[in-house]
Each structure stands twice: as C-alpha cells, then as structure tokens.
Design a protein around this ligand. Structure first.
Ligand code: NDP
Ligand code: OXD
Length: 309
C-alpha cells in the first residue's frame, strides 16, 4: 500500500519515519515525487496543490494533517466519493489548549493594556482580579474547544461554550444553536473562536455579534480567517466595542505585508501558529486508519462533507 504525503508545513522526514516505524510495509511517497499516481492508495495532506488528489485514480482515503478541512472541501476537484478524515491528536489538542490559556491569561492580567501604556511611558496599575471574574466564551466545543474549556476551568476562569449541540462538560455552561447565541455572548469578557469554517459559520464574527458582547471585550480568533468580517473588527476596535483582538488565522495566509492588521495597535497577529500535531503521536491515528482501510473497517474521524466538518 502506498501513501502520498504532501504538506508545505509539516516535516516529511519525521512523518515518514514515524509512519514506517509503526507500519514497516507502508510505502510513503513525498510530494512531488509521486511516482505512478495509479499506485497511490491514500494521501496524508495539508494544503495540497488544488487538483493533486483528483489526479490519483485509485485513491481510497484522504487523511488531513489539519483539524480543519475547509481548504480541502473548497477544492472543486476534490474526489467526491473518497472518504476524508480530519486530524485529531493529543499533541494538537494540548498545543491548542495551551495557546488559548496563554491568550486568556494575557487578557485577564491586562497585558494588552500595559503594552499600550508602555508605548506612552505611562505608569498605571490595574488591580488584578480573581480568575473567576473573567468570563471566557468558547465558540466551538469540539476536540479543541472542549480541551481548552477544561484547562480554563482548572485555572479558575468562568467558562461558557457554544456549539451546535448541547454539551455536558464539568464547570462549563453550555449553549447550543443560533437561538442561544445571544444568551451565550452576554457578559463574555474574552471570546475565543474555535469553530470550523462552514457555510453556517462564515462571517460569524461580525458587527451584530460584537454588539452583543459587553463593551471592551477581547476577541481571540483561532478558527479560520473567514469567520471574521475584517472591516467589522476594525470598526469595533475603533469604537471601543472591542478592546483588543488576537488573530491567528486570516482570510489570506500569509497575511499580506500591507494588511492593516499587522500594524494595528489593538491587534496581535500570530502566523497560524496556535497548534500543530507532532508526527510522534499523530501517526498513530493515520496508521490506525490505514489498517482499517486495509481491513475494510470504518475509518476514524470521518468528515461529514454535507455538514462541512
Ligand atoms: P471539532 O469538529 O471537533 O469541533 C467543532 C465544534 O464546532 C463542535 O463543537 C461543533 O458543534 C461546533 N460547531 C460547528 N458548526 C457550528 C455551528 N454552526 N454553530 C455552533 N457550533 C458549531 O473541531 P476541532 O475542535 O478539532 O477544530 C475546530 C477548528 O479549529 C478547526 O476546524 C480549525 O478551523 C481550527 N483549528 C485551528 C488551528 C490553528 O492553528 N489556528 C489548529 C487546529 C484547528 P457540535 O459539537 O455540536 O457538532
Ligand atoms: C488547522 C490545523 O486545522 O493546523 O488549522 O490543524
């Protein structure tokens, strides 16, 4: 069985070694050295060139190196009937939860305010508040949102989450569906987006939503750039409706050099750096799915293409 590996960001040497250690008879071919495309059975990919997967006539499964599969689904040439599985991995989840905690702590301890004060050489103390006084709202309570919520609860924050279906997570107040979005947003001091990008969630971070947050709330977008309506964020920061935003994902990546977000005093930009999976642990899922493919058993973490995640 041959697996094609294609990713501009992940290390092909480490991945090949990790896969082969677990499954020595798996042939790993690294893009662009595909060999005969007809010999490829499955593909492990992150941002593959559009059309690459369509050119593999005997492809039986697509394994995403990313948790989000929106870019794959946007490719009109993506083979429609080949099962698509997303990445779920302990190292990915842990690095995301850590990144969420980092930014919630930063806002909770007013570091964004102190950074602005430093630029003005202004010495002004803001008395620290208890963690419980900071209400964190997580949009998306899936693999990543749930782990982040649990970590925040352990640190004493007041945590609420919003998802399509209701959840029971200890210490987290769960809100579900469009009907409960307004109630979820009330009183949230730090809003974290960990939604997948779908037709329902595109543009969800907009003026109407910002208006439902308390004045001076902070936003952390870790989902996808297209969740955010960029002009609405700039207007909300100008008016003070939002005090600050941390953005890890963008409609265009890399973020173009001339983009106003780079130099905005109330925006922190990180380069889609929140979370990545380590081949050491993540190869486990890929190998398990290759074994299942060989045995004709159901694959793990199949994407529901109609739902979009
Ligand atoms: P999951 O599929 O496990 O979770 C998605 C969550 O979003 C679920 O709770 C789901 O609800 C909820 N959801 C989906 N659609 C809606 C909707 N219309 N309304 C309300 N809630 C909705 O995904 P992950 O947690 O693994 O990943 C989430 C996203 O994080 C990825 O799709 C990707 O975009 C982003 N990501 C970003 C990274 C980065 O480095 N910045 C790294 C990895 C991922 P329900 O549970 O009811 O189905
Ligand atoms: C993603 C990922 O989906 O890095 O962004 O997993």
């Amino acid at each position: 069985m041959a697996l094609l590996f294609a990713s501009p960001d992940d290390d092909p040497v480490a991945w090949s070694a990790s896969l082969r250690r677990r499954l020595p008879d798996l042939e790993v071919r690294v893009f662009p050295d595909i060999g005969d495309p007809a010999e490829i059975d499955c593909a492990l990919v992150w941002l593959p060139p559009p059309g690459l997967l369509a050119g593999l006539p005997n492809l039986r499964a697509i394994f995403s190196l990313g948790a989000g599969v929106d870019r794959l689904l946007e490719d009109p040439t993506l083979p429609p009937d080949v099962p698509l599985c997303r990445m779920v991995d302990s190292s990915l989840t842990a690095s995301m939860a850590e990144f969420v905690l980092l930014h919630v702590l930063r806002y909770h301890r007013d570091l964004d305010v102190y950074e602005a004060q430093q630029r003005r050489a202004e010495w002004r103390l803001l008395l620290p508040k208890p963690a419980a006084a900071t209400v964190v709202g997580l949009m998306g309570l899936g693999e990543l949102g749930t782990a982040s919520a649990r970590l925040l609860v352990r640190h004493g924050f007041t945590v609420r989450g919003w998802s399509r279906t209701r959840k029971a997570i200890e210490g987290v107040r769960s809100f579900a569906g469009p009907a409960q979005l307004t109630a979820f947003l009330e009183g949230v001091s730090v809003l974290v987006c960990l939604l997948p990008l779908t037709s329902e969630t595109r543009g969800i971070l907009n003026t109407t939503l910002f208006a439902r947050l308390p004045e001076g709330a902070r936003l952390v977008n870790l989902g996808r750039g297209a969740h955010l309506v960029e002009e609405d964020l700039l207007a909300a920061l100008d008016s003070g409706r939002l005090a600050h935003a941390t953005l890890d994902v963008f409609a265009r990546e890399p973020l173009p050099k001339e983009h106003p977000f780079w130099r905005h005093p109330k925006i922190t930009v990180t380069p889609h750096a929140a979370a990545y999976c380590q081949p050491e642990s993540a190869a486990e899922l890929v190998v398990e799915n290759v074994r299942r493919l060989r045995a004709g058993r159901p694959l793990l973490h199949l994407v529901d293409r109609a739902r979009g995640y």
